[in-house]
Design a protein around this ligand. Structure first.
Ligand code: NCD
Length: 327
């Protein structure tokens, strides 16, 4: 591909991750208010429901001073047979400088990147905001930034907050259908963390070739006390064969973060979840609402998602303030 795109977490090697995390620090601290992307247009095309991801990209783009062009499939000519390619090309011809795409088909963002490279010679980057069950790299980036910021505040980790060596992350529940799990695995591993995929055998990936470095476990109770981060996943019933989830009562008994399980977590361990949360399915409402440990980072994940996406937009629009100063 000729252009720069963020299609999978593999597009974020450790040095790029560190630069994005440092930029996200700057945004979280409110240190950057200059409209570095004024006059640029960020197009959002979401072909699947989304609250957090779409709004946080919109918020991030506006913070940088960019204009936002929103495509709504429900009221568009898609109903007249317009293809994804037509839509993507039309957005570029209307002046989009960057496209954020969410689509139910795995690989859709890669297709869009190829079409736009051919049309514009690599001028319009594509950011994958979730393609089917495959990848969701900006969610993983925002989450890891939530965690590194939390560590920095706690003063744990020895000064280099972005070095996650020795951190044990358990990604728990419906791993097989989760694009967040796939991107999380790659991003956290790149920074040195050890990622454990924890779920019932039917909901762990069948083929581990794509899941670099991760190990698996099939009992939450066995590994709970070893984890620094308990990253809960929503059951993605919309993606697959509901028989894979088995009996709902049994699933809750084995995989639900109850108060009793929360009390067995490591001191200082945190709970994360990409949202939307199904209260009382992945996690007990009493765990979500209580004020004593473990530390719940769910709300902060939303806020840090905006900072991380602002960092990604700056990078791909080529308006990073630090880079400009260095030139
Ligand atoms: C996730 C998604 O859409 O993949 N949510 C999100 O982006 N905040 C996870 C989910 O839907 O469970």
């Amino acid at each position: 591909m000729t252009g720069r795109h963020l299609l999978t977490a593999a597009d974020l090697p450790a040095d790029r991750l560190r630069r994005l995390l440092a930029a996200a620090d700057r945004h979280t601290a409110g240190q950057q208010t200059a409209p570095v992307a004024a006059g640029r247009t960020v197009a959002l095309a979401f072909f699947e429901p989304s609250t957090r991801t779409r709004l946080s990209f919109e918020q991030a783009a506006r913070r940088l001073g960019a204009d936002v062009l929103t495509f709504d499939p429900a009221t568009s000519s898609m109903s007249k047979g317009e293809s994804l390619r037509d839509t993507v090309e039309t957005l570029a011809l209307l002046g989009a400088d960057l496209l954020v795409l969410r689509h139910p088909t795995a690989g859709a963002a890669g297709d869009a990147a190829r079409w736009l490279d051919a049309l514009t010679g690599g001028r319009v980057p594509v950011v994958n905001a979730g393609d089917g069950a495959r990848e969701h790299p900006t969610q993983a980036l925002g989450d890891v930034h939530t965690f590194t910021s939390h560590r920095a505040e706690q003063g744990s980790g020895g000064g280099d907050w972005f070095d996650l060596t020795g951190v044990h992350v358990g990604v728990v529940g419906d791993v097989a259908h989760s694009r967040v799990a796939r991107s999380t695995n790659v991003v956290w591993t790149a920074l040195g963390a050890q990622v454990l995929l924890v779920g019932p055998p039917a909901l762990l990936p069948g083929d581990m070739a794509d899941w670099r470095y991760a190990a698996t476990a099939t009992s939450f109770d066995d590994v709970l006390g070893t984890l620094d981060v308990v990253y809960l996943l929503r059951q993605q019933r919309e993606r697959g064969d509901s028989r894979r989830f088995g009996d709902e009562r049994q699933y809750r008994a084995d995989w639900h973060l109850t108060v009793e399980r929360a009390d067995r977590m490591r001191p200082g361990a945190v709970v994360m979840h990409p949202g939307p949360v199904n209260r009382d399915v992945e996690v007990d409402r009493d765990v979500l609402d209580r004020s004593n440990p473990p530390v719940m980072l769910l709300g902060r994940q939303v806020t840090h998602g905006v900072a991380a996406r602002a960092a990604v937009l700056e990078w791909l629009l080529d308006v990073e303030p630090d880079e400009r100063a260095a030139r």
